[in-house]
Write a protein that binds this ligand. Structure first.
Ligand SMILES: [Zn+2]
Length: 362
């Protein structure tokens, strides 16, 4: 492979900017000892990715290129607009954790490999509240107790509207309990190692207060004609699958929302999100955001805007949207009914299609 780089004019034809490289096929990419996503607008004629070859009648280019660098924990997201201007949207930290299966409602649907699971939860709670000591336990309960490695408390975030209260970490998974009785406990079984990025750029920054809860800045890119803005509301589920976040960034950049678009927003002109997953890949109260491959968004202020967003998401491979039944929600393009979704739209999940992403160097 021939690699061209630098500010010099390139005999192969296309000018290569400083810090940018190009392979034999004329495919430009950033090489900075980082992981890089190159995200393309649909009208970008310079998208060097290959066409979809397994989707009938779809000759378009894959919209996302990915350069994996296992030695770096930094992920850089670059958006190429319709005129092929490059936008450096954000740099985020990536890390590896134990992945999770989607959650199981613990009422009625017990994990079969953990028949004493409910008793273990009771024991864990008793221990956490100092009502039970190890000496109080039967041998079987003691065995359950040894499954418990740790607990994660979300008490500090209750005043932000976070639904989770506590997670009990077992050898083979995590049980999360919530505040109040709105949601039953969830169990998230461990899977293989996965990668997550912290999908918030910078420290906690409160953008505005909505119904007494803070809206925190997630990503805030504004440059000329491209805007990628989302904030986190009533959630600490701020960790995303790196590929999924590339699709989210592409969707928002394509929509390029200018005005207040989210329900309940006061001045904020971006998408309001109830989050992806926690840093352990769990996602209470959701069961289907495991490993940060889905996220929730406040409904937008019109169906026209909502359709714009859902179609943009589908363009980047987020091809499942769950919605409620009231108002215009049933006619949101491509969406499906999902219980408990009158307040927000769910996007992604197990149907997130990573065929929309091409490895730049292989
Ligand atoms: Zn959801």
């Amino acid at each position: 492979m021939i690699v061209a780089y630098g500010p010099e004019e390139n005999p192969q034809g296309v000018w290569v900017a400083s810090g940018r490289f190009m392979n034999t096929d004329g495919h430009r990419f950033a090489l900075q000892n980082k992981n890089v996503y190159e995200i393309y607008h649909g009208d970008n004629l310079f998208n060097p990715n290959s066409n979809f070859n397994d989707l009938d009648d779809d000759a378009r280019k894959k919209p996302i290129g990915r350069l994996i660098n296992q030695r770096s924990n930094v992920v850089k997201y670059i958006y190429h607009d319709s005129n092929d201007n490059e936008h450096f949207i954000c740099e985020l930290n990536k890390f590896i954790t134990i992945g999770k299966e989607n959650g199981i409602h613990t009422t009625g649907n017990y994990p079969t490999y953990l028949p004493s699971y409910r008793r273990a939860v009771n024991v864990a709670e008793g221990l956490a509240n100092n009502v039970i000591t190890p000496q109080d336990l039967t041998p079987q309960q003691l065995q359950d107790y040894t499954l418990i490695q740790n607990t994660i408390s979300y008490d500090n975030f209750q005043n932000e509207g976070v639904d989770a209260r506590i997670s009990y970490v077992f050898t083979n998974g995590v049980i999360t309990k919530g505040y109040g009785n709105d949601f039953p406990d969830r169990f998230y079984e461990n899977t293989n190692s996965i990668e997550l990025v912290y999908a918030q750029h910078g420290e906690d920054l409160i953008l505005e207060t909505i119904n007494n809860f803070s809206l925190f800045e997630g990503i805030n890119y504004i440059h000329d004609d491209v805007k990628v803005r989302f904030g986190f509301y009533k959630t600490r589920r701020r960790y995303s699958n790196p590929d999924f976040l590339a699709a989210v960034i592409g969707s928002l950049a394509d929509c390029n929302f200018e005005e207040v678009v989210s329900e309940h927003a006061i001045d904020y002109r971006g998408i309001i999100s109830e989050g992806f997953s926690y840093e352990d890949g769990t996602c209470f109260p959701s069961t289907s955001h495991a490993n940060g491959k889905a996220f929730d968004t406040n409904y937008l202020i019109s169906e026209t805007l909502e359709d714009l967003l859902t179609n943009a998401m589908r363009f980047y491979g987020i091809d499942y949207q769950g919605r409620g039944v009231t108002g215009w929600k049933p006619s949101i393009d491509h969406s499906q009914y999902l219980a408990r979704h009158e307040g927000h739209l769910h996007s992604g999940g197990r149907n997130f299609n990573q065929n929309f992403i091409e490895n730049i160097l292989e």
